[in-house]
Design a binder for this molecule. Structure first.
Ligand code: UD1
Ligand code: CA
Length: 466
């Protein structure tokens, strides 16, 4: 096992022409995160001391996006490759920031699904002294660099498709684009590159023939899972990798005991932590950080982001929950939806009920509170067992500032009330339906704030003139 320091070089200077997008290819998202972020995460998981990203096409945009891609080490830096003269030329740009005591692991910014264990195995093969290549057998190797082996199966060279003879083109073992190489050796080999080949490029793959010439051993770590080295060049390939990535996440969840109605109809764009006996119906999307406690059930077609849903809570179909930064908390045994919307800062206590077409934002509802139909609660503090009637709203915004509404325990708010904040409804009070409440209401009282009902006897409706 190697204990040599690892520097990761991520090639991300190429032009993603086939994406047909204004967004740089490596910033397109897979599982809710930029392709490049997946690659940098691998560097972090491997304990690399730094990740050097080689940028070129749309370098400004790529570099600007890098800031948000790691919270922890490795150290991140960028080097520019202008113009782009090939993969060997790309890695040459990183040499000034690479120290000779380490191993360089070369990755591509558009290959997101390589597993850490695979890269670790490659580093172990390299062992600080050898050249280690990640290779793969492909039924159709067209376009890829071929692994040419000599007597005794030793790797002798990588020959690019365009430079290969007919015989070499029949080789199905291809170079994945990923290698681990002792940096001091890499430096010498890159200095010897030339571009006398079919594409007029400086090929990184030519280091293999220099290693062979120098008597350095070349190892191939041959894997069978093409997904791990698949690159993204087009929207179709991106979608294909997205589904494969989602399937892996779904399999992992099911292995933990999560019951998915259909593993092909789940999207996790972030992290989803599940307790025991969680059930998720079809077509749910989870974003950011979501935690589901024991026995939580999520109905079909829910979108849930940045939320913590506690044990036994049920989220009925078509519910949208987005905690953004403030988060959303749903207490144990709460019932939410169908068609509910919970926005940032919502905290629902135990056994709270939020029904259809109810929107809650930056509000706390204590145990047993209910808002079952067509209502809005914004910037509100709602006490235990409050019943909040259909069609009632908090008027929390005066056009300049937000104000709080406090509804104390056991208050009963009738239907179609407007609570003009700031306002406090005293405990146990009743608010008559249709009231517009602008002043605090006393505990235990019935408060009515609407025109008194009036009836005019024998009322004659206007009649149409003949
Ligand atoms: C390269 C390998 C080939 C291998 C294939 C696997 C070389 C010469 N060939 O092919 O053996 O089978 O990957 O996919 O290395 N890039 C730069 N600067 C450049 C050129 C490329 O940063 O000047 C980046 C690209 O953005 C991409 C990566 O390097 O992320 C690989 O480039 P690409 O053109 O896809 O690979 P090939 O040269 O076709
Ligand atoms: Ca190329």
């Amino acid at each position: 096992m190697t204990t040599v320091a690892v520097d990761v070089v991520v090639m991300a200077a190429g032009k993603g022409t086939r994406m047909k997008s204004a967004l740089p290819k490596v910033l397109h998202r897979l599982g809710g995160r930029a392709l490049l972020a997946h690659v940098i995460q691998r560097a972090a998981q491997l304990g690399a001391r730094q990740a050097v990203v080689v940028t070129g096409h749309q370098a400004d945009q790529v570099e600007a996006a890098l800031g948000g891609m790691t919270e922890a080490p490795p150290a991140l830096r960028c080097v520019r490759q202008e113009p782009q003269l090939g993969t060997g030329h790309a890695v040459q740009q990183a040499l000034p920031v690479l120290a000779d005591d380490g191993v360089t692991l070369v990755l591509s910014g558009d290959v997101p699904l390589t597993e850490v264990a695979t890269l670790q195995a490659l580093l172990d093969l390299c062992d600080g002294q050898h050249l280690a290549l990640l290779t793969l057998d492909l039924p159709d190797p067209t376009g890829y660099g071929r692994i040419v082996r000599g007597p005794g199966d030793d790797v002798r060279a990588i020959v690019e498709h365009k430079d290969a003879s007919d015989e070499q083109r029949r080789i199905t073992e291809i170079y994945s684009g990923i290698m681990a190489v002792p940096t001091r050796l890499l430096r010498g080999w890159l200095a010897r590159l030339d571009n006398r080949n079919a594409q007029g490029e400086y090929y990184l793959t030519d280091v293999v023939k220099f290693a062979v010439a120098d008597g350095v051993r070349v190892f191939a770590h041959r894997i069978h899972d093409a997904l791990q080295v698949a690159g993204v060049n087009s929207p179709a390939q991106l979608a294909e990798l997205e589904r494969a990535h989602q399937r892996r996440l779904a399999d992992r969840l099911m292995a933990q005991g999560v019951r998915l109605a259909d593993p092909a109809r789940l999207d996790v764009r972030g992290t989803l932590d599940c307790g025991q006996d969680v059930e998720i119906d079809v077509n749910c999307v989870f974003e950011g950080e979501v935690q589901l406690g024991d026995g939580v059930r999520i109905g079909a077609h829910c979108v849930i982001a940045n939320a913590r849903i506690e044990a036994g809570a049920v989220i009925h179909p078509f519910t949208h929950i987005d905690g953004e930064r403030a988060g959303v908390g749903v207490g144990p045994g709460a019932l939410v939806g169908p068609f509910a919307r919970l926005r940032p800062g919502t905290r629902l206590g135990p056994a709270v009920h939020i029904g259809n077409f109810v929107e809650v934002k930056n509000s706390t509802l204590a145990a047993g509170a209910k808002a079952n139909h067509l209502a809005y609660l914004g910037d509100a503090t709602v006490g235990e067992r409050v019943n909040y009637g259909a069609g009632s709203i908090t008027a929390n915004y005066d056009g300049a500032h937000k104000h709080r509404t406090v509804i104390e325990a056991d208050v009963h708010v009738g239907s179609n009330c407007v609570l003009v904040a700031p306002v406090t409804l005293g405990a146990g009070g009743t608010i008559a339906g249709g009231s517009t409440i602008t002043k605090d209401t006393p505990a235990g009282a019935l408060s009515v704030a609407r025109a008194k009902q009036l009836s005019i006897a024998n009322w004659k409706r206007p009649e149409k003139k003949p």
